[in-house]
Design a binder for this molecule. Structure first.
Ligand code: ADP
Ligand code: ZN
Length: 747
């Protein structure tokens, strides 16, 4: 019969929950949270991660408790704070913890091999935590002695040194850590951040920047969790605020983590960090090679680097003494991971910040309604930058009503012109002044649907429930969901009638622009044109060097770019995302339009924006006219409250996908019944919607159904979600069920 304490272990297999193992005498006192261990599992052995001690045995485990086999690391692969964060994430997002940990670790640490390289160069330090005093340790003289030693040498010393001075101090320090009097940190002997600190030229800050930087400095000095929304209009200089806050945190020996939506798309931000901090920045993007990723992880883990700039997954970077977390463009949908552990990095950044007692800054010109609501409720403090740098004006926005522009001649094409006369005129004027133009349309390809003029048949994907897009460059029709492509038929496959190419995409805009402005240099920025990181960089660089006059593109052109030569931004059609069956479609549309409008007039010359639309009266479009974020948000929040959508409710989507339509529907119904029976009787406001076919009912030949749970809190949904989870192991293997907590896109 094993004796407590037991080891809580996350097994690196797709199994839910935490597992309990006995700790053999030989391993007692050697286990540290985050260590990789080998444990018996099923008939064999599995990689596991030690989470911590527990005195509680799971029901029924009784005398048959198996024991931890072996410890694989000296230094834990995963620092203790990340163990805590991932434990939260796995519970919240209902994902196997071991798998979540493996995904967070860099290759080389996520397997069973001993990571010798990872353990190299690391020195462990013990640091007394604020307020720790030996006074309270009268009954534990050894602990009091170790703590007194630490305080005497200034609060911090290498563990080896303490152990040399006070025999047995290694164990004693661990006890002190459990009492939260001491913190153990690993620090590399090599370069410190201060040496790498490159004092960039400081410009004079705007009054808004001064206030924001001041507030962040105070929060960093005070210590403790303090979350902020930095709401700064486009071109207000949010990056400079991040830079100065980061500098302050680093100068106080704290770690800094900056999350950005996409690094390849916005190289300017990383560039600004690099030019300010030199090589003291770890840049964590998705294109890193395995070795580079491991190296960056080790340098952060050892404390050699204390500043990381990265995409979503950098949330799990092993920074030491995290003091500042920034989420730039916090409204961006790419912070939501859409596979495996389906986390929202912005939300988890706030969790990590609260666990670490750090300052958190969520920055945006168009804060998400979730963040706005948290600010309204006083959970986050709001910092406002309401003017552009150097008092540059916000661009003037005008709408072009496409309903009026549609030709009324019988027999003429149904569609309005791609570029209406006001657009053409503005473009001509801008080009004549030697300035640059951005044209935005959130659809790639040439024609977004192909339909028969005689029988009305439209070309659709065989495997997906969507229309095919015609691409001019390849001369093919392509499905944007499964990638399937084939040649454009010469005539309607049903009746041999003439095919019409309708629905405008970026390729068509590009072609039309080239025709209208034959001397202008035109380029296109979308996933087809920027098919590799190199091409993307080159396209952006050429535009920045002003070797391109007109840039046509999808939402890729709307990101945080800072091109001073751009004085005209045209939205070819504002409505493309407005009618999607997603409760966030109005918000997304407003954000995109505001962001793309914000690319105009960032240099010396003022900017203008022209928005072509069929819905000039919709909130999402009309509020862009006066940069009216507050007005739009107030309206939209009211609607969300009325219909119980986030931020006024928590949501979970249960997505069911399967090979066979009938079987899939049956599973969805079975899940629905189970969940309905588990709905809490007393709790008000828990609603189960569906099962219903997903808005796109078929992708890659798979039938898709979904169920939606809405409730005032996550806790209120636990019952039905547990019921759904319990059913998962019994489902036929041809059906896949995913539980998506706080879902992003609803399609
Ligand atoms: P935002 O992210 O708020 O849209 P950026 O951080 O990209 O804005 O800043 C816009 C531009 O203003 C950049 O070129 C930046 O270098 C510049 N800038 C930032 N702060 C100042 C300042 N205080 N004075 C002059 N220019 C500034
Ligand atoms: Zn398809």
């Amino acid at each position: 019969m094993a004796t407590p304490p037991y080891a809580s272990v996350a097994v690196g297999r797709p199994v839910r929950g935490e597992f309990t193992y006995a700790i053999p005498d030989a391993l007692r006192g050697q286990l540290l949270p985050g260590q990789r261990v080998l444990v018996p599992f099923g008939r064999g052995k599995a990689l596991g991660f030690y989470l911590g001690e527990t005195d509680v045995l799971p029901e029924g485990a009784g005398g048959r408790l198996k024991a931890v086999d072996r410890i694989l690391d000296v230094v834990p692969a995963l620092p203790a704070d990340l163990v805590q964060l991932l434990r939260f994430a796995a519970r919240h997002y209902r994902y196997p913890l071991g798998e979540a940990i493996r995904a967070a670790l860099p290759p080389g640490l996520s397997g069973q091999d001993d990571a010798k390289e990872a353990a190299a160069k690391v020195t462990w330090f013990a640091a007394a935590l604020p307020g720790a005093s030996p006074e309270a340790l009268k009954r534990a003289p050894a602990q009091a002695a170790a703590l007194s030693y630490l305080l005497a040498v200034g609060g911090r010393a290498p563990v080896d040194e303490v152990a040399h001075a006070i025999p047995g101090a290694r164990e004693t320090l661990k006890k002190l850590r459990e009492k939260r009097l001491v913190q153990l940190e690993s620090v590399a002997q090599v370069a410190t951040v201060r040496e790498g600190l490159h004092q960039g030229r400081h410009r004079e800050l705007t009054p808004g920047q001064v206030r924001a930087v001041q507030a962040l400095r105070e929060a960093l000095d005070a210590g403790g969790f303090s979350p902020f929304l930095l709401h700064g209009v486009t071109g207000s200089g949010k990056t400079e605020v991040y830079l100065q806050a980061a500098e302050h945190a680093l100068s106080r020996g704290k770690g800094v983590l900056i999350l950005v939506p996409e690094i390849a798309l916005t190289p300017q931000l990383v560039g600004r960090f690099r030019s300010r901090f030199g090589d003291a920045v770890a840049v964590l993007h998705s294109a890193l090679k395995d070795r580079e990723r491991l190296r960056a992880w080790q340098r952060l883990r050892s404390g050699e680097l204390r500043l990381a700039v990265g995409v979503r997954s950098a949330l799990f970077a092993p920074l030491q003494g995290l003091g500042l977390l920034v989420v730039d463009e916090e409204h961006d949908p790419s912070f939501k991971q859409e596979e495996k552990l389906r986390y929202q990095a912005r939300d988890l950044a706030v969790v990590r910040g609260s666990q670490a007692g750090a300052t958190v800054v969520l920055g945006s010109a168009t804060p998400s309604l979730e963040t706005l609501e948290n600010t309204r409720r006083g959970r986050y403090r709001k910092l406002v930058l309401d003017a552009r740098v150097d008092d540059r004006p916000m661009p003037e926005v005008a709408l072009v009503d496409l309903r009026a522009a549609r030709p009324r001649v019988p027999g003429a094409a149904e569609e309005a012109p791609v570029l209406s006369p006001p657009l053409l005129q503005a473009m001509g004027e801008t080009l004549a002044r030697g300035q640059q133009v951005i044209l935005f349309l959130n659809r790639r390809g040439h024609s977004t649907f192909v339909v028969c003029a005689v029988c009305g048949h439209s070309l659709r994907c065989r495997a997906c429930d969507v229309c095919l897009t015609h691409h001019l460059s390849s001369g093919r029709v392509q499905c944007h969901y499964c990638g399937d492509a084939h040649g454009l038929p010469a005539a309607c496959p049903e009746c041999n009638g003439q095919l019409l190419l309708l629905g405008v995409g970026t390729e068509r805009v590009e072609a039309e622009v080239a025709e209208r402005f034959p001397t202008a240099r035109v380029a296109r920025l979308d996933r087809d044109a920027a098919s590799s990181a190199e091409k993307l960089t080159e396209l952006l660089a050429a535009f920045a060097r002003r070797e391109t006059d007109i840039l046509v593109g999808t939402q890729m052109v709307a990101k945080g770019h800072d091109f001073p030569g751009v004085t005209l931004v045209c939205v070819v059609m504002a409505d493309s995302s407005l009618s999607l069956p997603d409760f966030r479609s109005a918000e997304r549309t407003f954000h995109l339009l505001t962001q793309v409008a914000g690319r105009a007039g960032r240099g010396r010359d003022p900017g203008r924006v022209l928005v072509q639309t069929y819905n000039p009266d919709s909130e999402a479009v009309s509020r862009v006219l006066h940069h009216d974020y507050d007005g739009f948000s107030a309206q939209e929040l009211q609607w969300r409250e009325g219909f119980l959508y986030p931020p006024y409710a928590r949501m979970v989507a249960i997505r069911v996908e399967g090979e066979h339509p009938e079987q899939t529907a049956a599973v969805a119904r079975a899940l629905g019944q189970k969940m309905a029976r588990a709905l809490p009787r007393a709790a008000v406001g828990v609603r189960l919607l569906g099962p219903a076919p997903a808005p796109i009912a078929r992708i890659r030949g798979k039938t898709r159904w979904q169920l939606l749970l809405k409730a005032p809190t996550h806790a209120a949904m636990a019952g039905p979600l547990d019921a759904a989870e319990a059913l998962l192991p019994e489902l036929p293997s041809a059906v896949k069920v995913v539980i998506d907590v706080d879902p992003g896109a609803m399609l």
